[in-house]
Design a protein. Structure first.
Length: 261
């Protein structure tokens, strides 16, 4: 229970995107130099420090010597702003356990139970948070607002007369496979649940969390996997009555290298 914390800080998606694009373009490995080179346009030293702290926690990767890594997420960045935001959204989820629980246990079930579209108020979300967060009502309300805003910031929700409207989402194929590799390949993963290099379609539909993160209609999962097979992101085997999708690349980093080769 202790891993769940309140969320009171912004997504800093615009600032984070600016930083990530700088790394993509110039391949910085020195964090302090990067901070000197990127103006985040904050109003005070305190707000700049907060912004950099959240960007570092959610969107950046470092090696054992505290050198910035040219991460698989950054490698996959291209001119598609939707892809960039989706990849950042996944890394936000990987970092924020409370937000992850909100998606898995509150948002996705509501969408699924309501034929693909759910509308809920922040008060409902605050009530859900009260079941596992031991904070004041004010902090619960702030976490609910921050979480709803994150869905809006990343493009997975829209405002609906004082409420939030969330529907099944159609992510980019690269985003889906990035998430699949992170969940199923233990090596260099940011979010590993299984060390299964040949997951079956049934296992992915019934057990994987990444389709829920991305609000994918369960009926569309197979079509994403088939498209990934055709693009050679995965291999395909029909074995023992199971449709298995084999991770063709050893880990998410090698998958990113394949895309950008």
């Amino acid at each position: 229970m202790s891993k769940f914390k309140s969320i009171t800080k912004s997504t800093y998606i615009r600032e984070g995107l600016k930083v990530l694009e700088k790394i993509k373009k110039e391949k910085y490995d020195d964090y302090k130099e990067l901070m000197d080179k990127v103006d985040l346009n904050q109003n005070s030293d305190h707000s700049r420090k907060t912004s950099w702290g959240q960007i570092k926690k959610r969107y950046l990767d470092f090696d054992d010597n505290n050198k910035l890594l040219y991460s698989p997420m950054i490698k996959l960045f291209n001119n598609n702003i939707i892809l960039k935001k989706e990849l950042m959204y996944l890394n936000y989820i990987y970092t924020e356990a409370t937000f992850r629980k909100i998606i898995l246990e509150f948002v996705y079930p509501k969408v699924k139970e309501n034929n693909g579209t759910a509308i809920f108020k922040r008060e409902e979300l605050a009530d859900f948070l009260s079941q596992f967060l031991d904070y004041s009502q004010a902090t619960l309300n702030k976490t609910a607002r921050s979480s709803a805003k994150a869905l809006l910031d990343f493009g997975l929700a829209e405002k609906e007369e004082g409420a939030i409207k969330v529907s099944y989402y159609q992510p980019e194929l690269k985003t889906v496979i990035y998430a699949l590799y992170n969940e199923y390949s233990k090596e260099k993963s940011k979010y590993n649940n299984y060390n299964i290099l040949n997951p079956s379609l049934n296992h992915i539909i019934e057990n994987a969390e990444f389709p829920k993160f991305l609000l994918i209609n369960p009926n569309f999962i197979e079509s994403f996997l088939q498209s990934a097979w055709k693009e050679e992101y995965l291999s395909y085997e029909a074995r023992g009555g199971l449709n298995q999708y084999v991770l063709k690349h050893k880990n998410v980093e090698q998958f990113a290298d394949y895309i950008t080769r």
